[in-house]
Ligand binder design. Structure first.
Ligand SMILES: [Fe+2]
Ligand SMILES: [Fe+2]
Length: 238
């Protein structure tokens, strides 16, 4: 079995073996918004022993050698993102928003941080809903056209590049909100006085965070750069 090259980026490791995402999550390494760092740099910044991390990733990769995602077809990837991540968000965000509000109402007195959590989550949910709608109306239809081999004119290409930059900024803002939510819940730790709703809220918030990391990885590190590669050269940058 080949060794994991420490000069590979986190994003390329997850792209090759999606299960590496779980290892990165548990080590606290951001592979989506900061996925273009090499493994060596990321380990260095997080004070982790790179050889131990490489051994762990090698095990993960060898175990999951059969996980195959064909992400060369951009329209398929866009469909997959909608079905796997956007549809999940459309269902989960309103339900979880109600649950967070309910838990804050019942437990807010003993856990005052729940009030900030409720406000933070409401902002996050609103922003994410808007963001996925915009991706589906402004970006994915153009990706499908590119995938069919259509070429875009310079104005349309410039608009798409700008849209991609905005979506990447949104992703960074979402990551900040999710970090704040993890902080407010002490990394989803279940307090001694938590009821079943409180527990369920924490589990679902954690799932949302993990799902969003994978979702953003697929967009920032695979879909967006591959769509950008198919655009005509940017005359402004030439
Ligand atoms: Fe998305
Ligand atoms: Fe997105």
């Amino acid at each position: 079995m080949t060794e994991i090259d420490p000069d590979r980026t986190l994003a390329s490791l997850v792209e090759e073996t999606p299960a590496c995402a779980r290892a990165f999550e548990s080590l606290g390494l951001d592979y989506c918004c900061d996925g273009d760092r090499t493994l060596a740099t990321a380990c260095d910044q997080a004070d982790l022993a790179v050889d131990e991390v490489r051994a762990r990733l090698r095990e993960t990769r060898d175990r999951e050698a059969d996980a195959d995602y064909d992400w060369t077809d951009l329209a398929d990837l866009a469909d997959h993102v909608v079905e796997t991540h956007h549809d999940y968000l459309r269902e989960e965000l309103p339900a979880l928003e109600d649950l967070v509000a309910k838990v804050a109402r019942v437990h807010g007195e003993n856990h005052p941080e729940l009030r900030e959590l409720e406000a933070e989550f409401a902002d996050l949910a609103g922003e994410m809903r808007e963001h996925i709608e915009e991706e589906e109306t402004e970006l994915f239809p153009v990706v499908e056209r590119l995938d069919r081999g259509e070429s875009l004119g310079p104005d349309e290409a410039a608009r798409l590049r700008e849209a991609i930059r905005t979506f990447e900024d949104d992703h960074a803002a979402t990551a900040d909100r999710l970090d704040r939510i993890a902080e407010l819940t002490d990394d989803y730790a279940v307090p001694g006085d938590a009821c079943a709703s409180y527990r369920s809220m924490l589990e679902r918030l954690e799932r949302l965070e993990r799902d969003t990391h994978m979702h953003v990885h697929k967009e920032n590190n695979v879909l967006f750069p591959r769509a950008a590669e198919r655009l005509p050269a940017d005359s402004a940058e030439a």
